[in-house]
Design a protein around this ligand. Sequence first.
Ligand code: HEM
Length: 194
Amino acid sequence: MFLAGSSTTASIVEWAMAELINHPDEMRKLQEEIRTTIHGGGDNQQITEDHLGKLHRLKPVLKETLRLHMPSPLVLRETVEDTELLGYHVPARTRVIIDVGAIARDPATWERAEEFLPEQWFGDDGGPLAAAAAGQDFTFLPFGGGRRGCPGAGFGMASVDPLRRACCATSTGSYRPVGRPRSTWMRWGDWPCG
Ligand code: HEM
């Protein structure tokens, strides 16, 4: 339980930060939302559950990060009865590995499958992680599904305080996005943090 709950959440926060650093426009928009919603123009640094429901930009960012960088991209099952699947006969008691990571990057479903596009989740019912957490969207199963689906989905997604803090980091340090020339390196202190 400890491992299942900690490395997954940590990984998603790290990947979200890496994507945001590589997409400074998205970073600025998210910072703006966080500043308005949580800081409210004042000194408040305390994040509460009420805030999470109001961070509409944060949820698509996390969902898109999960799509591209699933912490558990393989889901394991054993068939309980004989099944026909895409012309293949799969006998009962066969162990199958479902590549949910590949499904989430399938160009047949996702138009620009390899790009980081949080916007594609906007207008997604206001609670964009709900369907994913419940394992009801078969194009996007970061938490698996069914009886053995992840019981910590809601908790994991609520554990985003480190992301908020990291977005507003004012300490200095540098980060070199992979594959980018040195001139585009960013320093933590370069971000407009309030
Ligand atoms: C971003 C965060 C997380 C992701 C992406 C994630 C993903 C997953 C996935 C894909 C599975 C396999 C589901 C299946 O086979 O259908 C799973 C199982 C599990 N997860 Fe998570 N998880 C996350 C956070 C957490 C947290 C915070 C906890 C606990 C506090 C947790 C506890 C578990 C446990 C106990 C299982 C095994 C369930 C079983 O076998 O019945 N996970 N998780």
